[in-house]
Design a protein around this ligand. Structure first.
Ligand SMILES: Cc1cc2nc3c(=O)[nH]c(=O)nc-3n(C[C@H](O)[C@H](O)[C@H](O)COP(=O)(O)OP(=O)(O)OC[C@H]3O[C@@H](n4cnc5c(N)ncnc54)[C@H](O)[C@@H]3O)c2cc1C
Length: 473
């Protein structure tokens, strides 16, 4: 169902287009993700699993996983959560792995021998990457910024809540507006922005990045690289956790706040951290009923200000509860939750059944670290930072000289620390190329102090512990 009225957002009505879904004529808006258009038409089953033929819907909504693979115009394995809808497309539910032998695939134009040169390549235009580009510009360096999305902002583009903190932390500005503020700080003459340009790989031998744009393979040789690719949402293990209707909480947020489509009618939110609390509030704003928020931990882990907002709306929050099972044949129809004891073991007889058609999983994020592995950066599993991430020094430089990191990929935190880390990485990468506007030392120290302040509270204890293990001295 499409959102007609929203207290904060207005959804631009683009051109209507018709397309074929499994032989039926349906419509959507030109350029919206195919999966969003199908959702608006009540279609949630997008593919069938390879071995057991189980129904699958989308899970991440930002092109990270394979849950939404469909066959589009004869091409299998198209990520329909991000692939853009066009007039006359032929979209089919994909069964199994997809047959490449008969697929009609338009190959990427082979790369020319030309290698584009860049001073600093920033991969990812979220809060970390944007801040990195801005600060590198301020030092005097030229930046090539690549993002696989059509617009800048990363996850900010769906965050309708106002930020806290000080003026420099964009307090009282909504996440959706911060991206524009940052984008306006670029020195346009010193920044080459490449959108719809996923970086596909890093070729260590030659130090070359391979990216795709407009169906062309592009090679980029950068003197310095800043990887700011963000994170992806985790899944949770329980019977039937793959049913369509079970989404990452951020995916539900993307569907609603970016594409103007609600995920369903009645929601169980799993996770009472900030993302779970914020998305619950935003679901209610969009007219969706949140039946309950549960968390396996014995306490709410998100900020009290967010918890109070959802409590005021009458949403019950059950702590020490987890999902026992999801029920449904083709779609989620019901969920059973149960209580955990002090050893996190489920207690029989405490089951509660909830009639829900949507379950949002907000149990944390994991760094999107593939490029770091490819580059040969020294990696370590640090649970407090969300999983495998890279070791780095105080300047955000990894064990591979000239490759820097910032934001969630360097350890999952939140948008404000991502921005400050980005600024620090941008400053230091520029300085290593000899750029300095005379304020490098002062700005570097300011960023380091700022990060220390952000991480000083009791809520950041885990982050501090994680970061201690990630430092290269
Ligand atoms: C789905 C989701 C929802 C969230 N919702 C909230 C919320 O409601 N409230 C809140 O406080 N925090 C939320 N967060 C957390 C917060 O947004 C992040 O901590 C913050 O955005 C991190 O910034 P970043 O720049 O490191 O990463 P991101 O904002 O994730 O930006 C990374 C960018 O890199 C791009 N990218 C990734 N891989 C490639 C590649 N190979 N080539 C080119 N580009 C690439 C992505 O398209 C993206 O634009 C959410 C996070 C996620 C993942």
């Amino acid at each position: 169902m499409r959102i007609e009225e929203h207290p904060i957002l207005t959804f631009e009505k683009k051109k209507k287009v018709e397309f074929l879904f499994d032989g039926h004529k349906v419509w959507g808006y030109e350029g919206e993700p195919i999966a969003a258009a199908l959702h608006a038409n009540g279609v949630r089953v997008l593919r069938r699993s390879a071995k057991l033929n189980r129904p699958r819907g989308f899970y991440c909504a930002i092109g990270n996983c394979s849950s939404c693979f469909m066959t589009v115009n004869g091409e299998p394995n198209v990520r329909t959560c991000v692939a853009k809808l066009e007039q006359g497309m032929v979209v089919e539910t994909q069964k199994g792995k997809g047959d490449l032998s008969t697929a009609k695939i338009k190959p990427l134009s082979p790369s020319t021998s030309e290698i584009r040169k860049a001073e600093i390549a920033v991969i990812g235009g979220g809060p970390a990457g944007l801040s990195a580009a801005v600060s590198a510009n301020q030092m005097g360096a030229k930046v090539t910024l690549l993002d696989r999305n059509s617009k800048l902002g990363g996850q900010l583009v769906k965050q309708t809540h106002k930020f806290f903190g000080s003026e420099e932390e964009y307090a009282s500005i909504r996440g959706i507006d911060i991206a524009n503020v940052l984008a306006n700080k670029f020195d346009k003459k010193k920044t080459d922005i490449m959108l719809d340009a996923p970086v596909l790989g890093y070729y260590r031998e030659d130090g070359i990045l391979g990216a795709e744009q407009n169906n062309k393979f592009i090679k980029i040789k950068a003197k310095k690289i800043i990887i700011a690719t963000g994170a992806s949402e985790r899944v949770l293990a329980f019977p039937n956790n793959d049913l369509p209707g079970i989404y990452g909480a951020g995916a539900a947020q993307t569907l609603m706040n970016e594409h103007g489509v609600v995920p369903g009618s009645n929601v169980l939110m799993v996770g009472a951290g900030n993302v779970g609390l914020i998305v619950s509030y935003q679901l209610m704003q969009a007219g969706v009923n949140v039946k309950a928020i549960i968390d396996a931990a014995p306490r709410i882990t998100g900020y009290w200000v967010h918890a109070s907002k959802v409590r005021r709306l009458g949403i019950p929050i059950y702590t020490s509860y987890t999902v026992k099972e999801a029920h449904g044949k083709e779609n989620l129809e019901r969920a059973t939750i149960w209580r955990l004891d002090e050893n996190w073991q489920p207690i029989k007889g405490t089951e509660i059944d909830l009639d829900v058609d949507v379950m949002c999983i907000a149990v944390g994020l994991s760094p999107l670290n593939e490029l770091l592995w490819q580059a040969g950066c020294q990696m370590k599993y640090i649970p407090e930072l969300g999983g495998h991430t890279t070791l780095k020094n105080e300047d955000m430089e990894t064990s591979v000289k000239g490759i820097y990191v910032a934001g969630d990929v360097a350890g999952v935190e939140e948008a404000t620390s991502a921005m400050v880390e980005g600024s620090l990485a941008g400053l230091c990468a520029a300085k290593s190329l000899g750029y300095d506007n005379g304020r490098f030392k002062e700005l570097r120290q300011e960023a380091i102090n700022h990060l220390e302040t952000l991480r000083s509270g009791p809520i950041s204890q885990g982050i501090r512990k994680g970061l201690e293990q990630a430092i290269i001295t």
